[in-house]
Design a protein around this ligand. Structure first.
Ligand code: NAD
Length: 358
């Protein structure tokens, strides 16, 4: 059956890295005779400039119909002063919420050849391969009530951190099952020492562990995990955390690899439809220069092929090509040690060339 793919390049380098990933997608679609229907639409600030909304109705409708959405990045100083409803970032949160993308998978891995790019010592970082499973549609980012009260003295602002048992169970299930497919270790992260919602989270995850005897479960407080990720990252296999803690920890894990330009992410619903995006933003400082590293976006395409598009073998080929690209010594500006680096459009050509010659 034809699978539907929606391409949303977004703003800044989102446009450039998505173009590279689409070149790879078009190549594998043709070479391996894949039945894909591919549509591309504007989102974020680019869409706001054209039609006054960062997420036009057509985008939401097409995203709901798609099996996989490839999302570049949104945002930039041009739109920073807008009201929340008009801001590019609103498009991202709306898509996550409306598509019910509750499970965010963020791998953080390091190719041995790039261990010099990490801010950590090679002896600490070598072999890094972590998967962070972040709850994406609940918790304090969406909790109600929320607000700013400015008609009393002193003024105050508040948010609500809330999880029900179903939300915790479904994200923990994804994490346990991911650990089963990897090294069999799961660390559940919260702040059970101070937060009721965290104590509740811990009790549910602990109860579920009886159904996964092959997974070694541990619990850590979020502040300790932030420290442990820097001191001894290789202790981790899979980490599961709420929206807030997962957001912070996955950025730390991404930084450990030395380049945010290498790391993909997947956000899935319960039937494995999903949105796939690089971990980085729209990088206004380098936008339009054709120097952004598109590998995170190409690796996100690979995750889409694996999880949502029934094309695991093609995903393996893309992952192998990225590995070979790095092993062959090709570099982009963010991981180069000298002036010898490829620009954005050259990277997809190299990746395609490697797949073609395998
Ligand atoms: P950023 O990830 O865009 O950039 C951080 C730094 O990393 C910059 O120096 C940038 O040049 C570099 N960088 C990022 N991706 C790179 C790549 N592929 N190749 C080479 N270098 C790369 O984060 P930021 O500067 O905090 O945010 C910029 C804008 O992006 C803001 O408007 C923010 O809201 C938005 N943003 C969007 C998303 C998203 O769409 N998912 C995520 C984060 C930030």
């Amino acid at each position: 059956m034809t699978k539907k793919i929606l391409i949303l390049p977004g703003d800044g380098i989102g446009q450039e890295v998505t173009k590279s990933a689409v070149e790879v997608l078009n190549f594998v679609t043709e070479k391996f005779n894949l039945a894909f229907s591919i549509t591309s639409l504007e989102v974020g600030g680019t869409a706001y400039d054209k039609c006054g909304s960062p997420i036009p109705d057509e985008v939401l409708k097409s995203a709901k119909e798609a099996d996989a959405v490839l999302f570049g990045a949104v945002g930039g100083p041009k739109w920073d002063q807008l009201e929340w409803d008009d801001r590019p970032e609103n498009a991202l949160l709306t898509l996550r919420k409306e598509l019910n993308l509750f499970a965010n998978l963020r791998p953080a891995f390091l190719f041995d050849e790039l261990s010099g790019a990490s801010p950590l010592k090679e002896s600490v970082i070598k072999g890094l391969d972590i998967l962070i499973v972040r709850e994406l549609t609940g918790g304090i980012y969406f909790g109600e009530p929320r607000g700013v009260i400015d008609d009393v003295k002193p003024n105050y602002a508040f948010n609500t951190m809330i999880y029900n048992e179903d939300e915790i169970t479904r994200i923990a299930k994804v994490a346990f099952e991911s650990a089963q497919k990897r090294k069999g270790k799961l660390c559940s992260v919260e702040k059970a020492n101070v937060l009721e919602v965290s104590k509740f989270w811990r009790s549910i995850v602990t109860e579920m562990s009886a159904d996964y005897p092959d997974v070694e479960l541990s619990h850590q407080l979020a502040d300790n995990t932030a420290m442990q990720l820097v001191l001894n990252p290789n202790q981790f296999d899979v980490i599961v955390a709420s929206n807030l803690f997962g957001d912070i920890l996955s950025d730390i894990a991404a930084t450990l690899t030395g380049s945010i330009g290498m790391l993909p992410s997947a956000s899935l619903d319960s039937s494995f439809k999903g949105m796939y995006e690089p971990c980085h933003g729209s990088a206004p400082d380098i936008a339009g220069k054709n120097i952004a590293n598109p590998i995170a976006m190409i690796a996100s395409l690979s995750m889409a092929l694996r999880y949502s598009l029934n094309a695991e073998a093609i995903s393996d080929k893309i992952d192998a090509a990225i590995k070979k690209f790095v092993q062959n010594g090709y570099r982009t500006i963010d991981i180069a040690t000298d002036d010898n680096f490829l620009n954005t459009s050259e990277v997809s050509k190299k990746i395609i060339n490697i797949i073609e010659n395998e």
